[in-house]
Design a protein. Structure first.
Length: 244
């Protein structure tokens, strides 16, 4: 196991590193998985500051010279920034339901204001209430009930204050767009989206046109949270590096 290549897995907003367990289990000993709790979440709920630069520093501190990097949703957006900041260390990038951000400044400002309103709402609720509310968002509400129950339990490990800080510091309205930097990604990049997640399937194809060595995988019978709904598809993608 010590000789296995390192794989860093970045979870989505409201979840934790534990959400990757089905994927890690499926990989067995073929990777040495590192699934940290991102600042503002679970065991890192009180870690400050919750900023992109601080999260990049956390990942830069990983002792492995090189590692593969996978991220889901907010974790995928962060993974893009990490790959651009540490290009010589990220040997391969796998993104699930991820976006390079909002290129239009007015749209990003509007999203930042909406994220601030949501952060204030999060702070006003017990974690149980917000977890139930978040599970009803459009991109998550069609998840199988058993998977939803596990994801709900995972969310309960975070705090309202931590999640609010993560939204303010790492949300779509806060992080800069990197659409114009997609050509800088020289490592193999796999873009994954569930077939029911039409917004991110379109984004994956749009991103692939800008990335030199990109492949797109649309996973049948899955929505936004592919790593939870079809962990087998993520395991398969990680074990098969695309040519290019």
């Amino acid at each position: 196991m010590e000789d296995a290549p390192a794989l860093v897995l970045l979870h989505g907003f409201t979840n934790s590193g534990a959400s990757w367990e089905p994927v890690i289990s499926g990989l067995g000993e073929r990777y040495r998985a590192i699934a940290p709790d991102i600042r503002g979440h679970a065991s890192a709920s009180g870690t400050e500051p919750v900023t992109l630069s601080a999260v990049i520093d956390d990942l830069a501190a990983i002792p492995d010279l090189e590692f593969s990097l996978a991220g889901y949703s907010q974790g995928g957006r962060i993974a893009l920034h990490v790959a651009l900041a540490l290009p010589r260390r990220v040997r391969r990038l796998l993104l699930i339901g991820a976006s390079p951000g909002l290129a239009d400044e007015a749209e990003r400002t509007a999203r930042r204001l909406a994220d601030e309103r949501l952060a204030e709402q999060i702070e006003s609720l017990p974690i149980e209430d917000f977890a139930r509310q978040w599970a009803e968002t459009a991109i998550l509400r069609d998840i199988d009930c058993d998977i939803a129950a596990v994801s709900h339990a995972d969310r309960l490990g975070s705090t309202p204050a931590g999640l609010a800080a993560a939204l303010r510091g790492l949300g779509t309205g806060t992080l800069p767009s990197v659409w114009e930097r997609m050509h800088e990604l020289q490592m193999p990049v796999t873009l994954i989206a569930g077939e029911r997640d039409t917004k991110f399937t379109a984004l994956a194809h749009e991103m692939a046109r800008l990335i030199p060595h990109a492949t797109v995988t649309i996973v049948p019978r899955a929505g936004h949270a592919v790593h939870l709904e079809r962990p087998d598809a993520i395991v398969h993608a990680l074990l098969h590096v695309p040519a290019g």
